[in-house]
Write a protein that binds this ligand. Structure first.
Ligand code: AMP
Length: 125
């Protein structure tokens, strides 16, 4: 799947749509999720045009990958989540219900998050 320049995160990166910014550097932008699923719910996106985890892992340069991972850690620290703990999550594709086709990592925190997955394990069918 090719990268869609009109996806919502591309528009945020271009400044065409506002966001509640938490952190930004040359590799990444972090902002609050518009529909938070926890007291703290922030998205971290790379600045490059990568559709998902598969694309980012295969195509991004080592500097982009390292810079992005560092930005995720810096964002969580900036949010004050290190001591209490937090969860990171990235959805890839249909089974994971990825909605926005620009690679992103969710950071959840601010409460006890409970078991890792909601909805339970479904048999493959
Ligand atoms: P995913 O299902 O992993 O693709 O998650 C996409 C996330 O983007 C969802 O949690 C949405 O609430 C969030 N989202 C969609 N549009 C915006 C926006 N304009 N600003 C911030 N978050 C958004």
């Amino acid at each position: 799947m090719g990268y869609d320049d009109n996806n919502i995160f591309a528009k945020i990166l271009r400044g065409e749509i506002p966001c509640k910014k938490v952190y930004e550097d040359e590799h990444a932008l972090a902002f609050h999720d518009i529909n938070p699923q926890a007291p703290t719910h922030v998205l971290v996106i790379p600045k490059g045009k990568y559709v998902s985890m598969v694309d980012f892992a295969a195509q991004a340069t080592p500097a982009e990958q390292a810079g992005f991972l560092r930005a995720v850690g810096k964002t969580a620290s900036a949010l004050g989540l290190d001591a209490g703990g937090y969860r990171i999550l990235a959805n890839h594709g249909a089974n994971a219900h990825q909605e926005v086709p620009h690679f992103h990592v969710h950071i959840f925190g601010g409460k006890r998050l409970g078991p890792m997955l909601s909805g339970g394990a479904q048999p493959r069918g």
